[in-house]
Design a protein around this ligand. Structure first.
Ligand code: ZN
Length: 76
């Protein structure tokens, strides 16, 4: 796949360009991303963290999410 050799000039102002939910920087089309969905939050405080992140920016959040998923999984 020749994705690496694609010309990237002038893609900054694309209206569909995604912005990282964490660092607010644009996410390039070739950059790895993570889609975060905190749908297990009972207090709904984490819902505003839902969004698209750079894969690197999402890493700490993914570990938080994993911890929350474990916490939320308990018999009542
Ligand atoms: Zn980011």
């Amino acid at each position: 796949m020749p994705f690496d050799s694609m010309p990237q000039g002038g893609s900054r102002g694309d209206p569909w360009a995604r912005v990282c939910h964490s660092c607010k920087m644009p996410i390039g089309v070739n950059e790895p991303t993570e889609e975060l969905r905190f749908d297990v939050d009972p207090e709904r405080k984490l819902e505003e963290m839902n969004g698209t992140y750079h894969a690197a920016c999402a890493k700490p959040l993914l570990s938080i999410k994993r911890a929350l998923d474990m916490l939320s999984w308990r018999p009542s």
